[in-house]
Design a protein around this ligand. Sequence first.
Ligand SMILES: *Cc1c(COP(=O)(O)O)cnc(C)c1O
Length: 373
Amino acid sequence: MKPIPYTKHSIDQSDIDAVISVLQSDFLTQGPKPAEFERELAACCGSKYAVVFSNGTAALHGAYFAAGLGAGDEFITAPLTFAATVNAGVYLGATPVLCDISMKDYTIDQERVWRHVTDRAKAIVPVAYAGYPIDLKALREKAAAEGITVILDAAHALGATVNGEPISKHADMTMLSFHPAKHVATGEGGAVLTDNKAYYDKLMMFRTHGITKEALPEEQGAWYYEMRELGFNYRLTDIQCALGISQLKKLDASLKRRKEIADRYKAGLSDLNWLTLPPEPSDGGHAWHLYPVLVTEKTGRRRFFDYLRANGISPQVHYIPVHYMPYYRESFKTGDFPNAEDFYEREVSLPMFPALTDDEQGYVIDVIKRYKP
Ligand SMILES: *Cc1c(COP(=O)(O)O)cnc(C)c1O
């Protein structure tokens, strides 16, 4: 039997048909599908604009570029994230500043973050870890007053809502990923959501080499275009966008199933005093990309992780803090982010994906209950 993974994409016949129809059409890339996917994404997330990118990391790179990040600027994010959140700002020569997480929601500590803000700070980048619906309203108001852009890394949080509103509502830009581990799969893929036309224009230009056909001199011929910024080729193909459009139709059902799985873990595991289940706001809205549990220090994460693997379950650990990565070790000190470090020592991500069957989840719960901490 194959081990039960921590995540898995779901592809059905309608997804396959959507991809095949593009393969039989006139455009594999630069056709009509990206704009169609962008309209659907913007509508689904309640944003004015969506710009799709070849992956989530490229989308972050674009968002940081649109925010004007460059050498000498600082951006502040949490160490509990995938390295790309930090890397994409470093690509532009900006300096990453880390701020510890709050154990209340496992995302950046919104009070502590102001201690890290200097007059070089250009962006604050909260990460909606596991899909937790973080409320950014107060942070965004204060940031706007200081001239700082709020960019939300919502790679985990497509479909998350705060007080019934999309999580992207109180960020200047919101990044999404369509890696198959995430809610909507396009193979590789990403997007930035925004309500701001100026950011939108920059994102569009950045995605295609910095080239534009807007506001060109009138005397030029129809072939003419200008490259005005140093952009990249970060386009998403029509093949991938067709898959994304088809996948997005199933987002509501997939969020509902994720919530059922989270509720069942809660019912089955909340009695175990050696295990801490993930926080959840009372009014819901969680997107449940991950189901992160914490063992007690005494129990030991390694033994629990290996026990699950020995029993046909393939959990994962999210994340090794960014400042532990050899590339960043000289920039940060171990011990400076006690919450993220403690979290890393104790975290295991249990299987969480819509296609997880009731039998499989029941088995995972039984295996965990039999564990002798
Ligand atoms: C997946 C992910 C990214 C990067 O997205 P890609 O599409 O893989 O480039 C960035 N941040 C977080 C938190 C992620 O989980």
